[in-house]
Design a protein around this ligand. Structure first.
Ligand SMILES: [Fe+2]
Ligand SMILES: [Fe+2]
Length: 368
């Protein structure tokens, strides 16, 4: 014999939908000792309730034949809204027509209880359904949390690596964060403007993450050149320029990961983030679309942040001035399409950056 089932959690809410008050009260009597029970007398009423509070319920008991908005209509609406994936519906009906029951199942109903109601059957079906769904919700949440945690660890490790490079550089640690934020903002606007580069959300994430490593090669630049307060001599500048090739070589040496998207992207960014659209950049003098889009975007983000930050050899310039200098071509030539975007978002850029910083801080806190 079965053991007596443990008492359900009264915090779980059940919504009974039936145009017959007697039926609603009958079911409420059977369930209200274990659940918070609400009632709706017609299809219109239940849709209004669910529109506002579909998250609050653990199970819906639904009559099929109810005036102008039937149980089928309610199921249809719930299916369209995606609520059925977490809110189970049990059909309650005297309807014994097998086709009607099949139709309700095909619309997403999870179970069927026929009238006259048997108290034990009603209680067991509701309890089992709620248990299965809450277990499923818990498992999905665990998967989401795990994915999130993995992503957070990856981002954190990459960020630490970027900070190690910046630390030697004596530049503020904010530089790599800022380059990442600006890169993401530019890419998001780029995909809204054109599908020329076929960038998916995942590509945007990969480029943003890899941007952290853009100056990884500076680890091999001698300290006195890296932190020289004045202008570099042509010989020193030639050494400084080598950070692009050194960074690419270091990434290339990670042979076991060479086929990973993030490694390929990091290579492109390290090597070509000082190339310019007219071919006057370094190290390879690539021109136009020969420069991978990841490197083109990071180049603009890098220049903007360098201009607006204090460096050992210069003061910071204001946001408006930095935008003007980039658009004027004072920092070299860039993709005209990206220049259009810079010009369009210039006014809102400080706000966009602030919003992104806030979002990143909240994501960091979420699993801390
Ligand atoms: Fe660089
Ligand atoms: Fe940089």
């Amino acid at each position: 014999m079965d053991e007596a089932p443990s008492k359900a959690n009264k915090q779980e809410s059940v919504l009974i939908v039936d145009d017959s008050e007697i039926n609603r009260d009958l079911l409420a009597d059977m369930l209200e000792e274990d659940y918070a029970v609400s009632q709706a007398a017609c299809g219109e009423e239940v849709l209004a309730i669910l529109e506002e509070k579909h998250d609050d319920y653990s199970c819906v008991l639904l009559d099929l034949n109810m005036g102008s908005v039937s149980g089928y209509d309610v199921l249809n609406h719930m299916k369209e809204k995606g609520w059925l994936s977490y809110l189970p519906v049990i059909i309650i009906s005297a309807e014994e027509n097998i086709d009607c029951i099949k139709r309700a199942y095909s619309l997403g109903a999870i179970d069927f209880i026929s009238r006259p109601f048997d108290v034990e059957i009603v209680q067991r079906r509701v309890r089992t359904t709620i248990a299965v769904y809450s277990n499923q919700r818990r498992l999905s949440q665990m998967v989401v949390d795990q994915l999130y945690e993995n992503e957070r660890s990856n981002t954190m490790l990459l960020s630490i690596l970027g900070h190690i490079v910046e630390f030697r550089n004596k530049e503020s640690g904010a530089h790599i964060e800022n380059v990442g934020i600006l890169t993401e903002i530019l890419l998001e606007h780029l995909v809204k403007k054109t599908d020329r580069y076929e960038l998916s959300d995942s590509d945007i994430k990969t480029i943003t993450r890899a941007s952290v490593l853009h100056d990884a090669g500076k680890i091999s630049v001698p300290h006195d050149i890296l932190n020289k307060p004045g202008r570099l001599t042509p010989e020193e500048f030639a050494i400084m320029k080598k950070h692009t090739l050194d960074g690419a070589e270091m990434i290339d040496a990670c042979t076991q990961f060479k086929d990973e998207a993030i490694v390929k992207t990091a290579y492109e960014i390290c090597r070509w983030h000082h190339e310019r659209y007219d071919g006057k950049g370094y190290p390879d003098g690539l021109k136009g679309e020969e420069i991978p889009i990841a490197a083109q975007v990071v180049a603009i983000a890098d220049v903007y942040d360098a201009l607006t930050s204090v460096r050992c050899y210069k003061d910071a310039v204001a946001h408006e001035e930095a935008i003007k200098m980039i658009l004027n071509g004072e920092c070299g030539s860039f993709n005209p399409l990206l220049m259009e975007i810079v010009s369009e978002i210039a006014v809102s850029l400080p706000e966009l950056v602030k919003a992104s910083e806030k979002q990143r801080a909240e994501l960091g806190k979420r699993s801390a």
